[in-house]
Design a protein around this ligand. Sequence first.
Ligand code: KIV
Ligand code: ZN
Length: 506
Amino acid sequence: MNDNKIIIFDTTLRDGEQSPGASMNTAEKLQIALALERLGVDVMEAGFAAASAGDFDAVNQIAKQASNITVCSLSRALEKDIKTAADAIAPAKNKRIHTFIATSPIHMEYKLKMKPDEVIKRAVDAVMYAKSFCDDVEFSCEDAGRSEISFLKEICDAAIGAGAKTINLPDTVGYRLPLEISAMIEQMVKFIDGRAIVSVHNHNDLGLATSNSLASIVAGARQVECTINGIGERAGNAALEEIVMAIKTRQDIFAPLYTDIIAKEIYPISRLIATITGIEPQPNKAIVGKNAFAHESGIHQDGVLKHKETYEIISAESIGLEKNSLVLGKHSGRHAFKDKLISLGFELDGDALNTAFEKFKDLADKKKDIFDDDIRALVSQEITKIPQAYEIVGLLQSSGGDLASASISIKHNGEIISDSALGNGTADAIFKVIDRISSISGVLKDYKVIAVSQGKDALAKVDVKVEFEGSHAVMGHGLDIDTMMASAKAYVAALNSYIRIKSLQI
Ligand code: KIV
Ligand code: ZN
């Protein structure tokens, strides 16, 4: 074990997916998994395999396609969860089972309704059972931040005795301050004394997740759990990009500690996550926010022009942020297009490249200036597409006065079905027609539209969240020059996702 390397454990696909509205389909998760490998992440928590058939499928597909990265599945300290996790990650070259149980008095009494001794026994049984499938087992004390240190020592000692190689101490509710986390980690590192790697997992409820993670590293933790753009349950997790860039930028404090993250991949993966989840980082978000490298005041601009480092501690280029340059146009060839994709972090060949190139040409016919963000949105839509049970082939719409109308043609099982409806606004009319054609009715829970790049002819990206037939809400994304067409595509994408999830559950 190298004592100076900080292991980066990314949980964007698991804790990140627990962000309200961030659920992703298998194709989307696969695309993110490939990007995490390019980024140089050490361990990727690909999901919680026992949560649903869709989650199992995603973890399993990722395990099949991953090369050297360690693929991990979360599981409660229950045999059936652990077995499901083991089955899902089985195809991976490097794999890990991550099992957890709550250790704080409040969780043990009210949630688990278990005595501390029973919790220890459950943890030991879980680790031993996980070990029967996989050598690399991580054990987490959920709500470690509010657990008693003497109990943490007792249970971690037992988990290590049962074979856990990593002990994770989450501040599950984001309650602790850096000085408290630092004291806890220092004590636990001393107690564990090299028998397992000490890991941290900090939530951001008080805006301290990154600070707590950095304080933990200084106190001896050698694994940090984090997510891209800091997405995650409630206020989110520690942001990978913030931790990594702090370690890199402040080597005067952190050396000889380092990570294996390739900083130039940070911006591309941040955009990929925002595009897929529809969750944009706040504009002033450190490292990856839209304004992170924008200098507004005259004094700052003047300083930066004279000498960049007057107001910049990190260069935009170092995280792979090229200015939103005008890129390709109508006359660009396949070769230039492929080069552009590579520079944006996409690896496409064969049919996938041909389809993406056709979509690009279609767009270039309609839109004069095509920006990096247009290409990112277009390509990630294409490669994350799931089987299309329904596909929009035509849309006519009108609005005026109190009512709007929409007529839609949809391809389904090789047949074209057309229908029309009236609605309170065009989007409402569109969604009604789609419900009618599919005979599956949906309740719209969220609807968001953004302009992907600049200009009056910017591409519109619509994200919807829909509950079909009273089941769990699914997300759908649609991209088009026309906002209403993008809305129709997004709704149909959600419908296709729902149909796929339903088919996996049978
Ligand atoms: O926040 C938390 O405690 C978790 C654990 C399951 C690791 O996400
Ligand atoms: Zn968490």
